[in-house]
Design a protein around this ligand. Structure first.
Ligand code: PLP
Length: 353
C-alpha cells in the first residue's frame, strides 16, 4: 500500500506561494494595513451568540445575498458569494470550464486564474499585455478568435501591475465570442471605474469582488460576483452545499453597514499610493500606473533580487516578481500605513542611491 501520486494537473505551476518572512513592515500581499471597524467586531461577537451552530446554515445565504445586492442596487438573484473570490473563480471554472474547454487570460496577470484553470482541467490560452500592461484590442480579438473560450478573464485593476482596462476593452470582449467575460475587480473600489454597471440579463459578463482588500477582511475569506441570474443559478447548482458558514454570512452582511468606514480607508490608501508613486519617481525606478493598493516597480540599475534582499535586511518585505515571465527585476509593494510607506521609501532610497 502506498500513497498515490497526485494528479498531474498543475502544469508548469507548483502551487500558489507568497513567501512570508519575519519582518517589521509587511507590504507583500496587498492586504489592508487597517483593522476593520471595532464596532463591526462587536456586532459580529453579539451575532455569534444567537447562531444555531447545531444546524446547517442557510444554504442560499439570503440575508447576505440581499445585503450585497443592495450595495449594487440589484436583486439577490444577481449575487453569488463564496469563501473568498478565489472560490468564486473556482466555481466559475467548475461551471463553465473543465476538460475540453478553454479559458483566455492576458499575461502578466493574477496567477490564480491560470492555476484554477489547470486544477479544473481547463485549457489556457494566454494573450499578452503591452508594455504599459494593458490589453491591446487587436490582441484580445486575435486570442479570442483563436481560442473560442468559454471563459475570458480580465483582471482590472490588474494584479501585479495595478493597471486598469478602459471600459472599451471590456465592452469589446463582451461583444466578441469570448464565452463568459469575468472581470476580476478584487481592487475595484480603488479604481476610477467599475464594470459592474455593464452587468445585465443576457450579457455574458460577471464582475467579482472580495472582502479581502478594500474591506480589510482578508481573514474572513469572503468574496462574491454579480452577474445575470442565469449564471448565478448555474453556479448555485455546482457549489458545495452549505459552503458559507453561518457566522461568515452574518459577519459579511454586518460588514456592509460600515461602508462609509471602508470608503474612508480606501481614500486614505489612494492618497498614500499617490505619495509613494511620486517618491518612487525620485529614486530611479520604472513604475506602472496603479489604480490599486499596490505599485509594481522595476529598479533600473540594481537587479530586482538584490533590491528585494536589501529591503528584507531593512525589515521591509515586498513581493519579489523578478522571476515571473515579462517581469524581470520587478517588485510589487503594497500600500501600508503612512509610517510603513515611509519605512519602505527610506529603505529603497538607501538601497538605490
Ligand atoms: C487578492 C486577489 C483575489 C483573491 O481574493 P480572495 O477573495 O482573498 O480569495 C482575487 N483576485 C485578485 C486579482 C487578487 O489580487
Amino acid at each position: 500500500m502506498a500513497i498515490p501520486t497526485p494528479a498531474d494537473n498543475l502544469g508548469e505551476l507548483s502551487g500558489y506561494h507568497s513567501p512570508q518572512v519575519d519582518v517589521e513592515v509587511r507590504l507583500n500581499t496587498n492586504e489592508s494595513p487597517f483593522q476593520p471597524p471595532p464596532a463591526w467586531s462587536r456586532r459580529v461577537a453579539e451575532a455569534t451568540a444567537s447562531i444555531d451552530f447545531n444546524r446547517y446554515p442557510d444554504r442560499g445565504y439570503a440575508r447576505l445575498r440581499k445585503a450585497i445586492g443592495d450595495q449594487h442596487r440589484i436583486g439577490p438573484d444577481w449575487v453569488f458569494a463564496a469563501n473568498g473570490s478565489n472560490e468564486v473563480l473556482q466555481t466559475l471554472f467548475h461551471t463553465y470550464g473543465g476538460s475540453g474547454r478553454t479559458a483566455v487570460l492576458f499575461e502578466p496577470t493574477y496567477a490564480m486564474h491560470r492555476q484554477i484553470a489547470y486544477v479544473t482541467g481547463t485549457s489556457v490560452v494566454a494573450g499578452e499585455r503591452d508594455d504599459d500592461m494593458r490589453i491591446p484590442l487587436a490582441e484580445a480579438t486575435r486570442v479570442v478568435a483563436d481560442a473560442s473560450p468559454s471563459l475570458t478573464f480580465v483582471c482590472s485593476p490588474n494584479n501585479p501591475s495595478g493597471t486598469v482596462e478602459p471600459r472599451e476593452t471590456v465592452e469589446t470582449l463582451v461583444g466578441l465570442d469570448a464565452g463568459l467575460v469575468v472581470v476580476d475587480e478584487a481592487y475595484g473600489q480603488f479604481a476610477s471605474w467599475t464594470a459592474a454597471d455593464l452587468v445585465d440579463v443576457e450579457v455574458p459578463l460577471v464582475v467579482t469582488r472580495t472582502y479581502s482588500k478594500t474591506w480589510s477582511m482578508a481573514g474572513l475569506r469572503l468574496g462574491y460576483l454579480i452577474g445575470p441570474p442565469e449564471v448565478v443559478a448555474a453556479l448555485d447548482a455546482r457549489v458545495l452545499p452549505y459552503h458559507l458558514d453561518a457566522l461568515k454570512q452574518e459577519a459579511g452582511a454586518i460588514a456592509l453597514e460600515f461602508r462609509a468606514d471602508m470608503e474612508r480607508a480606501v481614500d486614505g490608501i489612494v492618497s498614500e499610493r499617490r505619495r509613494v508613486l511620486a517618491a518612487l519617481g525620485g529614486v530611479g525606478v520604472e513604475t506602472w500606473d496603479s489604480e490599486a493598493n499596490f505599485i509594481l516597480f522595476r529598479p533600473r540599475v540594481v537587479p530586482g533580487d538584490e533590491v528585494w534582499q536589501a529591503l528584507v535586511e531593512r525589515s521591509v518585505l515586498v513581493r519579489n516578481c523578478s522571476s515571473w515571465p515579462r517581469l524581470a527585476d520587478c517588485l510589487r509593494v503594497t500600500i501600508g500605513t503612512p509610517e510603513e510607506n515611509d519605512r519602505f521609501v527610506d529603505a529603497l532610497t538607501e538601497v538605490l542611491t
